[in-house]
Design a protein around this ligand. Structure first.
Ligand SMILES: O=C(O)CCC(=O)C(=O)O
Length: 334
């Protein structure tokens, strides 16, 4: 932007200097040559000898910079070393060539053992009967009935059990160390129930609602039970870890009927690994079942022998949930 300043006759300085430059350019074109201050001679525009020799110099410098670091020095006739542009390879070019040849000779070989596949978790979220495995021990199967209890029945039962059952926190033991179960429980049955090295005492004071439910399971599904374990998950922080209901007192291949009330929680099963895989469950089948208000899940056959199950803690807020697992207990040591 030229400097703009008012002058006495009303013209503008910037405009004046631009006018003069245009005049000079016009003259140069007419004369075809002009006096060059750089070389102090008269010549045509863009033909200054000083400028041409400067450009040649700069080209030479550029070439020297590119070749300089690795171009071999060849003695000149006079004995002085001069840089040369030859087809000779740089000292490290051989190493690269060797490496490329080695890489070419690389071969993929088949693994001695096939890679283990990590199976995707199977989701069961609609009612039905599912055979989940079949082993020498027998078939493991699940029966899932969503809305086994209507919403009204489930609401009423949930509220009643939440307020009226004698909930308490059980102390378990692992490797001699005591820990509190991360949930509340209560037990009804003529026999005690021992798991995780602590015992829930026999309790014959069945609440009438649970007796009705037991009768209903018998009439609807021909399933008979003599006990029920009640679990109360107060929030998303309450849980039950991986385990199988395989205590000797439950007998072989026990059938367990589980009714859920309250907030939905995810019930997971994972197949026990073969003996040689020790306790690596990573490549074993996994199943995920959202257990909602009023749903019934029946675990049958070899499920307790061949699978484990859990309800894990969750990172989302969850309201209270009650789970009733009906079982049949057998007297021990007789
Ligand atoms: O809460 C549940 O759905 C499962 C309870 C359970 O695994 C158990 O009582 O052994």
């Amino acid at each position: 932007m030229p400097t703009v300043a008012p002058v006495s006759d009303g013209a503008v300085v910037g405009a004046v200097s631009r006018g003069r430059r245009q005049q000079r350019t016009a003259q140069r074109t007419e004369d075809d040559t002009f006096f060059c201050k750089r070389c102090a001679t008269q010549h045509k525009p863009r033909q200054c000898p000083a400028f041409v020799s400067l450009r040649e110099m700069s080209d030479k410098r550029q070439r020297a910079r590119v070749q300089g670091s690795w171009a071999q020095q060849k003695p000149s006739a006079s004995g002085a070393a001069v840089p040369v542009q030859t087809q000779q390879r740089a000292p490290w070019a051989g190493a690269i060539q060797r490496k490329l040849t080695e890489e070419k000779s690389f071969e993929f070989q088949r693994l001695a053992e096939p890679l283990r596949q990590i199976p995707t978790e199977r989701l069961l979220d609609s009612s039905g009967e599912f055979e989940i495995s079949s082993e020498p021990s027998g078939a493991s199967s699940l029966r899932l009935i969503y809305n086994y209890l209507s919403t009204e029945e489930a609401d009423w039962l949930f509220s009643k059990l939440l307020h009226e059952l004698p909930w308490s926190q059980k102390t378990n033991y692992r490797l001699g160390a005591a820990y509190e179960e991360p949930r509340l429980t209560c037990w009804f049955g003529e026999l005690p129930y021992t798991y995780s090295q602590s015992t829930l005492k026999e309790n014959t004071q069945w609440p009438p609602d649970l007796l009705l439910l037991r009768t209903r399971l018998l009439s609807d599904l021909s399933l008979s039970f003599n006990s029920v374990l009640c679990n109360l998950y107060r929030s998303s922080h309450d849980s039950i870890g991986w385990h199988s209901d395989d205590e000797a007192a439950l007998g072989p291949r026990p059938t367990i009927a589980s009714i859920s009330l309250g907030d939905t929680r995810v019930f997971r099963l994972r197949k026990k690994p073969p003996q040689e895989a020790a306790s690596d469950f990573s490549s074993c089948p996994h199943i995920r079942i959202p257990l909602s208000h009023g749903s019934l899940l029946v675990m049958e056959g070899s499920t307790q022998e061949d699978w484990q199950h859990q309800v894990a803690k969750e990172y989302h807020d969850r309201g209270p949930r009650i789970n009733l697992t009906f079982r049949t207990m057998y007297p021990q040591g007789i």
